[in-house]
Design a protein around this ligand. Structure first.
Ligand code: ADP
Ligand code: MG
Length: 340
């Protein structure tokens, strides 16, 4: 077969496959956008496990007409001020999500920025943006995604049942909620039991949000992490060895507010508990790492759940030490209290 240049619409759909794997990845991208927009309240509504409808409503900064038009264009972003990738402080930066979603679903974005008299809405279907029309709404943004992958049968075929896809959306929402305790999250729709995690504030905010999402029992059986070492800050809650699990489902890792799956962090936690747990047991943990943005490369994978540390050894050492010290301190307290 001779080489041929692919049409733009097909190029878009191929690229979309990297960002939008399933309904949960759409939810992740859209909620990240809401968080980047400074939202304090986010409502996620789904139907049919997100296959028929995903709607994300936020009270963030919104977009004016020019930005709304650009928001659905590929490689258009407000989040890279210059051309460096070394100092990324937002969750998004590729300018790909809305364009990708618009190439594999019916997409509408409605937005009203501060000071505007009303909202505006743009609709995209098959990568083709339609005209911008007025939309009555409060400040913020409402993104609707309908009939995801309806024109991509190969992708549709690989999706799981509505129940499983709805569950994957809940898992994504949990991670985003854990990383943002000050933001109210609501989940509703005909395919799920409604969830409402209220905005938490003050010194106990993180623990309260973790109790909402991971359960009161985890928080009651966990110690607080707090360590700062060579520019690495470790925070969160580490489950007591007595609260161990047969799988790693109660392990959540975050780097600079981004949920990640990373070998360095998994290995460090395993090592930290090595003296406490049998090899087939897993600790429960919510670990929040903060490092200088220049110390970590998040540009490894489009879904951005993978990353690369510049100094993995330093990160590993800090995590082992933070968990070790917290568990040791709890041990002292436990033996002290029995002698009272
Ligand atoms: P990225 O997040 O990588 O910039 P997206 O395609 O997800 O790319 O979004 C493109 C742009 O649209 C963003 O840079 C932002 O300016 C704007 N945008 C998207 N969602 C929202 C939202 N919920 N509120 C305000 N602006 C948004
Ligand atoms: Mg984005």
């Amino acid at each position: 077969m001779p080489i041929r240049q692919l049409p733009q619409d097909l190029v878009n759909r191929i690229a979309a496959g990297e960002v939008v794997e399933r309904p949960a990845s759409v939810v992740k991208e859209l909620v990240e956008n809401a968080i980047d927009a400074g939202a304090r309240r986010i409502t996620i509504t789904t139907s049919g496990g997100g296959k028929s409808l995903i709607r994300i409503l936020d009270d963030g900064c919104g977009m004016d007409e020019a930005d709304l038009r650009l928001s659905v264009v590929r490689h258009a972003t407000s989040k890279l001020a210059d051309d460096g990738l070394e100092d990324i402080r937002t969750l998004g930066f590729r300018g790909e999500a809305l364009a990708s979603i618009g190439s594999v679903a019916r997409l509408s974005v409605a937005s009203r920025p501060e000071g505007a008299a009303s909202g505006l809405k743009i609709t995209v279907s098959g990568s083709q943006p339609g005209p911008i029309v007025p939309e009555a709404m409060n400040r913020g943004t409402i993104v609707e995604v309908r009939d995801l992958f309806a024109d991509v049968p190969a992708r549709l075929k690989f999706l799981k049942s509505d129940k499983a896809e709805a569950g994957a959306i809940t898992d994504v929402a949990k991670k985003l909620a854990m990383a943002n305790p000050g933001v109210q999250f609501r989940l509703d729709g005909p395919d799920r039991m409604p969830v409402d995690w209220p905005a938490r504030s003050g010194p106990g905010a993180l623990a309260a949000r973790l109790a909402d999402v991971m359960g009161d029992e985890f928080v009651a059986n966990a110690v607080t992490l707090g360590l700062m070492r060579h520019g690495v800050v470790v925070a969160g809650l580490a489950g007591l060895p007595t609260f161990s699990r047969a799988n790693s489902l109660l392990q959540h890792y975050f780097v600079n507010g981004r949920a990640v799956r990373d070998k360095v962090l998994l290995g460090a936690v395993r090592a930290a508990y090595a003296d406490y747990l049998f090899r087939d047991r897993f600790p429960a943990i919510a670990l929040f790492l903060s490092v200088d943005p220049g110390e970590v490369d998040v540009n490894v994978h489009p879904a951005k759940t993978e990353l690369r540390f510049r100094d993995p050894g330093g990160v590993r050492g800090a995590v082992i030490r933070a968990v070790g010290e917290a568990l040791a301190a709890a041990g002292h307290r436990a033996s002290g209290s029995t002698s009272e």
